[in-house]
Design a protein around this ligand. Structure first.
Ligand code: AMP
Length: 290
């Protein structure tokens, strides 16, 4: 595996790959890698193309009161894990390399970026889409892999890719979870003791929605009430939002139809977590993937 720190070198590699008609797969990450990230890498490898993993803790997607400084950074362990997985290139630029002084441009996907996570974290998605477009331009990947764990983010990036006619296909992969259902996240290291146990309630609340749907419930408010009942049993969990939204506009729906998501964010102790379930029509019924 080659570790690449400069944009110039990464562009050179991308250029040579294109000249030799080798298509690259890109997996963007902020490091502190776990099985969720590895599942994206394996999906990229199945495509048969050389895989670039980018590792960049993007300052532009953190709010002023957020955890940029304490965000876990485990570069050496990450590098060893990527090496063991057979990744071809690790692209790990510095903040100065990505945002030299005088940097002024931002990419905003209007409408989709100020709802849900965007309302709780103003400016977050502006930072995400800006860095992802830069990564797409630098690496020129044919495929880029994102986790459904960040469903709103994946929806925005797909929209950006369509709107700007990018040559990168956005692939969204399933959520990888711990045995008790907690979605893997680099931020899970913040969860200590009782918080770690309580955090499993998030996926249990989504499973409760799945059970209600299996029993025939189609009313979004009643489904969300079932979700809230589960979370209310956990005093350490403070719900930020829970919504059932359509897959296209991410607007709340009143009754299940088409493809939709249950999206939620909650604080568990001091740690903010997000989770979701995907609801897809399946004949007369709905298939719910937690
Ligand atoms: P991050 O390093 O947290 O920015 O995540 C990098 C990529 O990994 C994003 O596309 C995430 O959606 C994805 N990811 C993070 N956690 C998981 C998970 N538990 N399962 C699947 N994908 C994940």
């Amino acid at each position: 595996m080659q570790t690449v720190h400069t944009i110039e070198w990464m562009k050179q590699i991308a250029h040579e790959a294109r000249a030799e008609e080798r298509i690259l797969g890109l997996v963007p990450t902020m490091g502190a890698l776990h099985e969720g990230h590895f599942s994206l890498i394996r999906a990229a490898q199945r495509e048969g193309a050389p895989v670039v993993v980018s590792l960049f803790v993007n300052p532009k997607q953190f709010g002023p009161a957020e955890d940029l400084n304490k965000y876990p950074r485990t570069l050496e362990a990450d590098r060893a894990a990527l090496e063991a997985l057979g990744v071809d290139y690790l692209f790990a630029p510095s903040p100065q390399e990505m945002y030299p002084s005088g940097f002024r441009t931002a990419v905003v996907v209007e409408g989709l970026s100020d709802r849900l996570e965007g309302r709780s974290r103003p400016g977050h998605f502006r930072g995400v889409t800006t860095v992802v477009l830069k990564l797409f331009e630098i690496v020129q990947p044919r495929f880029a892999y994102f986790g459904r764990k960040d469903a709103q983010q994946a929806r925005l990036i797909r929209q950006m890719s369509t709107d700007l006619n990018l040559d990168t296909n956005v692939v969204v992969c399933p959520i990888v979870r711990e045995a008790d259902g907690l979605a893997l996240s680099s931020r899970n290291v913040y969860l200590k003791g009782e918080d770690r146990r309580s955090a499993a309630a998030l996926s249990r609340s989504l499973a409760a929605v799945r059970e209600e749907i299996a029993k025939g419930e189609r009313d979004a408010n009643r489904l969300l009430a079932a979700l809230r009942r589960v979370l209310a049993l956990e005093p350490r969990v403070a719900l930020d939002y829970a919504e059932i939204v359509d897959n296209e506009r991410l607007e709340p729906i009143t009754n299940l139809r088409g493809t939709s998501y249950v999206l939620l964010a909650a604080k568990v102790g001091d740690t903010r977590l997000i989770d979701n379930a995907l609801i897809e029509p399946d004949g007369e019924h709905f298939k719910v993937s937690v």
